[in-house]
Design a protein around this ligand. Structure first.
Ligand code: URP
Ligand code: ZN
Ligand code: ZN
Ligand code: ZN
Length: 487
């Protein structure tokens, strides 16, 4: 399959330029002015459009067994929805339970992921610590294409780990050249606040937000940053939702620490007022952790994207339908945590980011694909339009409009948290692995067409940090017991 994209403007993270793009056999083979279309190629007129690297969402949970149920988008429906929205790769989470072998968990998730119709990869969560976990982390990096490990500082009595586990695992990540990630919320305090709120008679979704105030997230972000500093590793903080956590990241970076901050499109555009909606199902559909915040927190996140102290916009796509959410009808702590967003991320960010001047189109590409590709060490295979890269391209129509509606979405649930939002700037065509998979508002995908993308350890940043760690290594003071300088 050969495709020639003629007359568009290539938008990479570093610059924009007029160029034609030729894709062949799943790869980009040429980028330049006035390229002749190879014989037999499908020629697509891209004039007036932007050619963007396919979106990468590095934070999704397809088919995730969580809080007594399983997320309703599986790897097929979830990646189909992704492609309809211009996202051509997801990095999902394999989350083995405490005491479970990481390798067993990994094999289980690989099997679930086989039905994906877009490229995908896996982070692996560390939910307990032992010599076996330590060993298996090494095997995952050496043999299975995993170079990032996630840690939950919340979800007490389920997935949460303490500082001791964080320090062990972060140190192991340093040895392996793997990137540690954290869900930063103080799970002990959330637990106690949940109990107090229930005792005070607050059982509805508003209790969810009240039990997870920004300070609880800020404290955990600061703690994770401190532990990463002590372990001598970079750190990636997922779903940064508030000013406190963003400022912790910005401060750490100003102090020379390599900390990456991910924001979510939901936290950028939706606020805590949603949890006070009189319709229980409406409010419950928005329950996710961390919760939506006030406008002041949203402003801080936008400022972070503009300034570069936050580098990624993801979705944490974890779709539950109303029937699933009803598990918590009498107790907000039992509402499965998670919202969708993968189909809307690119267009909602373009509308609210590029159309408002908060982001340039190049910055948009940085936060929707290039920065994640660099952090997770798959750049320039992904995240750029250049010869040799995978042919994952979005033909972006900046003038196209639509109104978000669950009725027309591809995700497998009946709600959409962005319902009614007016968008300007949409993916007209999505090309995945060199094939047109989304065009004319229609998906042309097949189960299992997505490939598992292995990721190597030791991104360049680890080499640099190894040198720094060596140069700043603690040293003992050599003393001669016979020397006395004090009287
Ligand atoms: O509420 C959320 N975010 N659900 C998915 C699990 C997680 O914490 O990322
Ligand atoms: Zn999380
Ligand atoms: Zn998540
Ligand atoms: Zn002495």
């Amino acid at each position: 399959m050969t495709i020639a994209l003629k007359g568009g403007t290539v938008v990479n993270a570093d610059r924009s330029f007029r160029a034609d793009v030729i894709c062949d056999d799943g790869r980009i083979v040429a980028v330049g002015p006035d390229l002749a279309a190879p014989t037999g190629a499908r020629v697509i007129d891209a004039s007036g459009s932007f050619l963007l690297p396919g979106g990468i969402d590095p934070h999704t949970h397809m088919q995730f067994p969580f809080m007594g149920t399983v997320a309703s988008d599986d790897y097929y429906t979830g990646t189909a929805a992704a492609l309809a929205g211009g996202t051509t790769m997801i990095i999902d989470f394999c989350i083995p339970g405490p005491q479970q072998s990481l390798l067993d968990g990994y094999r289980q998730w690989r099997e679930w992921g086989e039905k994906a119709c877009a490229d995908w990869s896996l982070h692996v969560a560390i939910t307990w610590w032992s010599d076996q976990v330590r060993e298996e982390m090494g095997t995952l990096v050496a043999d299975h294409g995993v170079n990032s490990f996630k840690h939950f500082m919340a979800y007490k009595n389920a997935l949460m780990v303490d500082d001791d586990v964080l320090m062990h695992s972060f140190s192991r990540c340093r040895e392996l050249g793997a990137l540690p990630m954290v869900h930063a919320e103080n799970g002990d305090i959330v637990w106690l606040l949940q109990k107090a709120l229930l005792e005070a008679g607050i059982t509805g979704p508003e209790g969810h937000a009240l039990s997870r105030p920004p300070e609880v997230e800020g404290e955990a972000a600061n703690r994770a940053i401190m532990i990463a500093g002590a372990a001598g590793v970079p750190l990636y903080i997922v779903h940064t939702s508030c000013r406190e956590a963003h400022e912790a990241i910005a401060r750490a970076r100003a102090n020379g620490q390599r900390v990456y901050g991910e924001s979510l499109i939901q936290h950028l555009t939706l606020d805590e007022g949603e949890y006070r909606n009189k319709d229980w199902a409406y409010a419950a559909a928005r329950v996710m952790s961390p919760p939506f915040r006030s406008k002041d927190h949203q402003k801080s996140l936008w400022d972070g994207l503009t300034a570069g102290s936050l580098q990624v916009v993801a979705t944490d796509h974890c779709a539950f339908n109303t029937a699933q959410k009803r598990m918590g009808i009498d107790d907000f702590t039992l509402i499965p945590n998670g919202t969708g967003g993968i189909e809307d991320r690119m267009a909602v960010l373009w509308t609210n980011g590029v159309n408002t001047g908060r982001l340039t189109p190049n910055e948009f590409v940085a936060v929707t694909s290039a920065n994640a590709a660099k952090a997770f060490n798959i750049y320039p295979q992904k995240g750029v339009i250049a010869p040799g890269a995978d042919a994952d391209i979005v033909i972006w129509d900046p003038a196209a409009t639509k109104t978000v509606s669950a009725a027309t979405q591809h995700s497998n649930i009946e709600v959409n948290v962005f319902e009614g939002m007016a968008l300007r700037g949409l993916p007209a065509i999505t090309i995945s692995q060199g094939k047109v998979v989304w065009e004319g508002n229609e998906l042309k995908v097949q189960r299992g067409e997505g490939r598992f993308v292995p990721r190597q350890g030791t991104a360049p940043v680890f080499e640099a940090m190894k040198i720094r760690n060596e140069l700043t290594r603690p040293t003992p003071v050599k003393r001669d017991p016979s020397v006395h300088v004090t009287p």
